[in-house]
Design a protein around this ligand. Structure first.
Ligand code: ARG
Length: 459
């Protein structure tokens, strides 16, 4: 216990050493320093404008805080665990530097509204970065979709060959997932951007504060309506963790596909060496560590969501110390989310498609069976009958280990007499994908049009 506590007035005994370390948050919340200073400067300006402190005191506080922040940035600030958290470390340093005026900064404010404000300012800035990272990944997907608009691979359901699709179309599916993720983040940002300051400890403050002015200075949309809610609400944090979890779930699914596709059994794609690692024992190995790690990181992000939900569950109004536990999951979520988005986009820029391997795979597994059924329907058969006819033809091919397109016209006509020699067109991979020619379909021309619409949306 080296420093005098800022709240020591009513205490007669010092804090237990272990309790001091146990309750301190400065080791992790010092990251909030720039936002703490930003919030304090706005608060000081408001106090002076309302005549609660003098103009000179305001100027001295602002200069003092700016110097402290410069010291923090330069790594020259000595953080003290005895001073518990980022807020009291900065306030104590300010008072040490500028004297009495420093002690006036906390007028009409509590650490409860202060920390809630800091976290919102921090998250608001993070959301901007995350939005930029999502966009960057989306642009990489659009480039790939355009480049591989004609590349055909088997589309799967139940991981069994279903119908031929284009690689570009697959990339656009990923794009859409991220589009919704971006919407969720933006939606969350609207609820983050509400200002707790002025709520003070829980009930508001007796000083003639102007919360609208402070909110304007900090570019918040508005002051929070209710002081009890303002200091205790962490649903904005839970919402962010939920949106981050869904985004990580998406990145995990995409990673899983990259891992499968880069395996010796698929060989659909090649990941650049710079995104893979080797094995210390098996010389032949080239492991897709980056997508595997992203897939794995989804676990910790989901964990943070559950941690935050559990942290809030059953908390009575208003502020409780439990809330100090919100920071580490939040910081870790933002850091890993940004990192995953960045590295995934970097990796996609180097991704090579092995078009021939994809094509060969699409030729196996009767990917065009539905096209044959649709052909029979176009010749007047009811769909259920057509389905039955094609099923019979597939069994015939399975027994002979060949594809539908390997059968002669005579053989095919043996399954249904409506089959003529125009059937072969619908049995080709190109014919199959080109026929799905409507908005949202896999036809190359639709992929190109979708890329154009998506680019216009992003612009
Ligand atoms: N370090 C605290 C937190 O992160 C700041 C608020 C403390 N307020 C209090 N009344 N003890 O939540």
């Amino acid at each position: 216990m080296s420093e005098k506590k800022l709240w020591a007035g009513r205490f007669t005994e010092p804090t237990d050493d272990f309790v001091e370390a146990f309750t301190a948050s400065v080791e992790f919340d010092q990251r909030l320093a720039p936002y703490d200073v930003q919030g304090s400067i706005a608060h000081a300006k408001m106090l002076a404008r309302q005549g609660i402190i003098s103009q000179r005191e305001r100027d001295s506080i602002i200069q003092g805080l700016e110097k402290i922040l410069a010291r923090i940035d330069a790594g020259e600030f000595r953080w003290s665990v005895a001073l518990e958290d980022v807020h009291m470390n900065i306030e104590a340093a300010l008072t040490k530097d500028i004297g009495i005026a420093g002690k006036k900064l906390h007028t009409g404010r509590s650490r409860n509204d202060q920390v809630a404000t800091d976290v919102r300012l921090w998250l608001r800035a993070e959301l901007v970065e995350i939005g930029t990272a999502i966009r960057r990944l989306q642009l990489a997907l659009l480039d790939l979709a355009e480049r591989e608009a004609d590349t055909i691979l088997p589309g799967f359901t139940h991981l069994q060959t279903a119908q031929p699709i284009t690689f570009g179309h697959h990339m656009l599916a990923w794009f859409e997932m991220l589009e919704r993720d971006d919407e969720r983040m933006r939606d969350c940002a609207g609820r983050v951007n509400v200002m707790p300051l002025g709520a003070a400890a829980l009930a508001g403050t007796t000083y003639p504060v102007d919360r609208h002015y402070t909110a304007e200075l900090l570019a918040f949309d508005r002051p929070a309506e209710n002081s009890l809610d303002a200091v205790s609400d962490r649903d904005f944090a839970i919402e962010f963790a939920a949106a981050a979890s869904i985004l990580m779930m998406h990145l995990s699914r995409m990673s899983e596909e990259l891992i499968l596709w880069s395996s010796a059994q698929f060989q659909f794609i090649t990941l650049a060496d710079s995104f893979c690692t080797g094995s210390s024992i098996m010389p032949q190995k080239k492991n897709p560590d980056v997508p595997e790690l992203i897939r794995g990181k989804s676990g910790r992000i989901f964990g943070h969501l559950i941690a935050l939900l559990t942290l809030m569950k059953s908390q009575p109004l208003a502020y409780n110390k439990d809330n100090q536990e919100d920071k580490e999951p939040l910081f870790d979520t933002a850091d890993n989310l940004r990192g995953s988005l960045k590295v995934f986009a970097d990796m996609l820029l180097t991704l090579q498609c092995n078009r021939e391997a994809m094509r060969q795979a699409a030729l196996k597994g009767f990917a065009t069976a539905t096209d044959l059924a649709d052909y029979l329907v176009s010749k007047g058969l009811p769909f259920r009958d057509a389905h039955e006819v094609v099923g019979k033809a597939v069994v015939y091919c399975v027994e002979r280990d060949c594809d539908l397109s390997d059968l002669s016209l005579d053989k095919l006509a043996g399954f249904s007499n409506v089959i003529e020699d125009d059937v072969f067109e619908c049995l080709t991979l190109e014919g199959s994908v080109a026929a799905r020619n409507h908005i949202g379909g896999t036809a190359p021309s639709q992929v190109r049009a979708a890329v154009m619409r998506a680019r216009a949306r992003l612009a």
